[in-house]
Design a protein around this ligand. Structure first.
Ligand SMILES: *[C@@H]1O[C@H](CO)[C@@H](O)[C@H](O)[C@H]1NC(C)=O
Ligand SMILES: *[C@@H]1O[C@H](CO)[C@@H](O)[C@H](O)[C@H]1NC(C)=O
Ligand SMILES: *[C@@H]1O[C@H](CO)[C@@H](O)[C@H](O)[C@H]1NC(C)=O
Ligand SMILES: *[C@@H]1O[C@H](CO)[C@@H](O)[C@H](O)[C@H]1NC(C)=O
Ligand SMILES: *[C@@H]1O[C@H](CO)[C@@H](O)[C@H](O)[C@H]1NC(C)=O
Ligand SMILES: *[C@@H]1O[C@H](CO)[C@@H](O)[C@H](O)[C@H]1NC(C)=O
Ligand SMILES: *[C@@H]1O[C@H](CO)[C@@H](O)[C@H](O)[C@H]1NC(C)=O
Length: 550
């Protein structure tokens, strides 16, 4: 609290007096989280939320001689989460916060000028309270107690649990974060962090009017490009609300989670910070943009960014595309993006030969201009995309239910800002038939191995078993006068094909000697490997046994 004052410009008296006022005020008034008509907050005084988590008061952000009214975390007064008069600083320590006769919350300077106002109308009986959530709430003094104004509706550069950004679709009002101008100047900076409500909701960082970073669209679980969200979902519940009245994003902290905040820094970084009580420091849980591939549209239209690739070749074109300006591309200027090699086959929407290339593990491209249908399946989405030549790609809208997801996002314009991301999702890119060439639906990996290894093995064992019981062997044995132990073979045989029912063991021992090698050779096509592969897996043996019995 001391450092919130301006020690170098004022006499000791000025500093001591506010301190005494605060001490007596908080001692005498247990409701020190409440401001009403009977009380003004002057510089040096504070409101402290009931549990002590947040403090409202005046602060100087640097040695600039300017003073602001704000709310900060009580345990770290540098963690300022809201500023009232960010663009109209007070020039001395004689400002005051008060409630006007019409229920307006006013910040006045030493000359009585209104520097900031909540712009609400109510009654003189309005009360203002600093809640434990960090929300400063103004309520009507009459029986309804309706909220007439709250600081959570006017975010600065910080999103606290319970706040939201996005858009009120009825009033058109928007909530977003705005960076500070610099680390010690709360004035409105260049960066904004918004929820883009067009297409699929996604969070976007803007520098002026320019998109510079994107989280990727909300996929029901998290933002497509922020797979990290899964790693701290034990602490937070993410809330993407999409209703007729609003499209907003916010989060709440689960019980027992330490203090946390999302901050848009003055240098254009979006951070999720969590307070570590033991080291008394904020820990960065997420920071975006993370790397070169997070720079919006780094590889241009239809470009694909891979941050693990060598630093000079992280851009490539999606399959079937090549650089639109090869010379520039060679000079590492990828801004013109990529162009399709082979034109698509529109086929009147009926008989197209086009197909899809699956791009796995990506952050979905910008959905600002994409069309969305939550009511259809992914299969219907594919059909819809094929039926209209203007469809360039599709992806599921909602991954909540698991599997391949449901719903439909369709892109009809350039795919922008596509990148690889660990744990990313699948994008289905429309491609001409000639580009589909080698792209087969991926064969299940284990099946291939099992067939490759077991079939030759089974063939050999089968041959041995057949040979064991064949007249040839008996003749051969007699000639060699050797002694073997048939039960051991019988013991071994079922282990090869455990699916054969035990009664077959009897058959094996009793009736097998009657089967000629010729029959086995015939049944297996002379143990032809080609023949057996066609059947696949362990079923090979089963088939031969049946044939042997009949
Ligand atoms: C609060 O400040 C205003 C303006 O300076 C003044 O008119 C009013 O009497 C003050 N109220 C209290 C309770 O001190
Ligand atoms: C209150 O209204 C004035 C004038 O319309 C405007 O300049 C100011 O930004 C508003 N203040 C807030 C906090 O919305
Ligand atoms: C409370 O005051 C507000 C604004 O002055 C008014 O709109 C509302 O009707 C009042 N409610 C009651 C119950 O008096
Ligand atoms: C990205 O580049 C690295 C290094 O060249 C490569 O190993 C990796 O397979 C690439 N990732 C994807 C998804 O293509
Ligand atoms: C078509 O695109 C691929 C990249 O997917 C590229 O390697 C190839 O050279 C291109 N072919 C032509 C004819 O441009
Ligand atoms: C969306 O489409 C409009 C009009 O075609 C275009 O100006 C704009 O750049 C597109 N926005 C994005 C993010 O692709
Ligand atoms: C294809 O989609 C575009 C854009 O939505 C639409 O204007 C056009 O009518 C569609 N064409 C067909 C054949 O459905």
């Amino acid at each position: 609290m001391w450092s919130k004052n301006q020690p170098h410009l004022h006499s000791l008296l000025l500093i001591v007096v506010p301190f005494l006022l605060v001490s007596t005020a908080s001692a005498a008034n247990p409701g020190s989280d409440i401001l009403d008509k009977a009380r003004n907050i002057t510089d040096g005084e504070t409101l402290v939320s009931a549990g002590g988590s947040f403090t409202l008061g005046f602060f100087p952000p640097g040695m600039l001689g300017k003073r602001y009214l704000g709310i900060w975390f009580s345990m770290d007064e540098d963690a300022i989460c809201w500023v009232a008069n960010r663009d109209r600083p007070l020039t001395d320590a004689r400002g005051a916060l008060m409630i006007s006769d019409r229920g307006n919350l006013l910040l006045i300077d030493s000359s009585g000028q209104v520097v900031w106002s909540s712009n609400t109308t109510g009654t003189a009986s309005t009360t203002v309270q600093l809640l434990e959530s960090g929300n400063l709430v103004s309520r009507d003094g009459n029986a309804s107690g309706a909220i007439t104004w709250q600081s959570f509706d006017h975010p600065s550069n910080t999103l606290l649990p319970g706040m939201k950004i996005g858009k009120n679709l009825w009033t058109g009002e928007e909530w977003y974060l705005t960076s500070w101008h610099s680390a010690d100047d709360p004035a409105t900076g260049n960066f904004r962090y918004i929820t883009d409500t067009e297409g699929v909701p996604q969070n976007v960082m803007l520098d002026g009017g320019k998109r510079i970073y994107r989280t990727g669209p909300w996929n029901g679980l998290r933002f497509s490009g922020v797979t990290e969200m899964g790693t701290y979902s034990d602490m937070f519940i993410y809330r993407l609300t999409s209703s007729p009245s609003e499209i907003t994003y916010g989060y709440v902290a689960k019980a027992g989670t330490p203090f946390s905040r999302l901050v848009l820094t003055d240098d254009g970084l979006f951070r999720r910070l969590v307070w570590d009580g033991s080291s008394r420091a904020w820990k960065i849980f997420f920071q975006g943009p993370r790397d070169i591939c997070d720079q919006y549209g780094r590889c241009g239209a239809f470009g694909l960014c891979n941050a693990s690739a060598p630093s000079t070749s992280f851009c490539s074109c999606v399959r079937g595309f090549s650089p639109a300006s090869p010379m520039q591309w060679k000079m590492r200027d990828t801004s013109n993006g990529c162009r399709r090699n082979m034109t698509l086959d529109c086929g009147n929407g009926i008989s197209t030969t086009d197909g899809f290339v699956v791009m796995q593990g990506v952050k979905l491209p910008d959905t600002h201009n994409a069309s969305v249908d939550a009511s259809i399946t992914l299969e219907e989405c594919r059909t819809r995309c094929l039926a209209n030549c203007s469809c360039l790609a599709y992806a599921p809208l909602d991954l909540k239910g698991g599997g391949t997801g449901t719903g439909c996002i369709i892109w009809r314009e350039d795919l922008m800002d596509l990148r690889h991301v660990d744990g990313g999702q699948s994008l289905f890119l429309r491609s001409a038939k000639s580009e589909l060439g080698e792209v087969q639906p991926p064969k299940s990996f284990p099946t291939g191995i099992v067939i490759g290894v077991t079939v030759p093995l089974v063939t050999i064992i089968l041959a041995l078993v057949a040979f064991w019981f064949s007249p040839w062997r008996r003749r051969w044995n007699r000639e060699r006068i050797s002694v073997d132990n048939p039960p051991r073979v019988v013991d071994n045989a079922p282990r090869v094909e455990e699916n054969v029912a035990p009664p077959n063991l009897a058959l094996l021992t009793t009736s097998f000697p009657a089967v000629s090698l010729h029959a086995v050779v015939q049944a297996t096509g002379n143990f032809s490997e080609a023949n057996i592969i066609g059947k696949g897996g362990f079923s090979v043996i089963y088939k031969v046994l049946i044939i042997s019995y009949t």
